[in-house]
Design a protein around this ligand. Sequence first.
Ligand SMILES: [Zn+2]
Length: 397
Amino acid sequence: MSDLLLRNLRPMGGPACDLLIRGGTIAELAPGLDAPGVPVEDARGAIAWPGFIEAHTHLDKTVWGMDWYADRKGGPLQNLIDNERNDRNRIGLEVHRQSMRHALHLVASGTRIIRSHVDVDTDHGRSLFDGLQATRAALAGMIEIEIVAFPQSGLMVRPGTLDLMDTVLASGADIVGGLDPCAIDRDPKGQLDALFALAEKHGKPIDIHLHEPGEMGAFSMEMILERTRAHAMQGQVAISHAFCLGSLPESRAAALMADLAREGVAVMTTGSPSASVPALRALRAAGVRVGAGCDGIRDTWGPWGLPDMLHRAQILGMKNGFRTDAELEVLLDVIGPGGAGAIGRKGHGLDPGAPGDLVLLAGSCPAEALTLCAPRPLVVKGGAVVARNGAPLRDIP
Ligand SMILES: [Zn+2]
């Protein structure tokens, strides 16, 4: 943890001042600060924002920097899952190298914390988790990585996966993952009871992918809510995607959002252009904690995406029909302080006592910075500069 004096920055787009970080923590904000012996950076009037929160991605999946992947499949979700599982080894998708590439681009674009799911399946054992854990260790000090043990190919339909999940959670995975208990496992009670038992055994939170549409998704969501209550896990459960909230009748979706807020279940949205997604305004108005993520970036599933939360915030804004400056600032909150709340982090901001993790943004105001999406002049983690002018201060493999 380092000391750093940043001169002439505009916290959250407000009036210019200096910001002093001592021992990795923000110590003081005021004009004309002096700190003899402390390294100084001139922010040249840039906006300062708390480091971004990438609340939903898959660092183990990208083919970024590899030969062009020409074998993407269309069709239902199961095709995409099977194709990826069968192709990883054939194309040489080495998880440590690929997750380093993905994570270092996120460092350069101003990310403080990544919540990454990692596939746990009986074809690959714990090897994908081990690759990602090596990346987490290599980048400690530049970015924090939370690892979700994710049974991408199903839990109940592939015997042996539950034992692997248990092993990976005992070996350092932070969060219990799951997906589509009806559509993939066709056994919602079996999957969800197993996931909540794992969470209880390991004392870890839960984050479940829910792609299921309409009433099927609502049914799974109700079962998750029931178990959140029964296991007293309020504030420790998240649902990623929650596509059903974007396709149900408004009153049905509103009632579910009220239940999510009451049980403290967060929603991680990606603003997926190819799906019905929950309305950001309605989620926030209901009091649901919302985080955002880029999801898969240029992987075997799809050719799109960038490892940049500002870019993702633009997609979210377009998907939600946002136009006004106030709406654009909501997006910056979702990838900033709001997103930190969604993953259960407190004290994420630019006040004294907060972590010395921030990103400088080019633009006259936060809304303009979001639309410009320009290279970040400076990224600071724990008081140390980790990226400058859009490039990480470490070689990308
Ligand atoms: Zn995902």
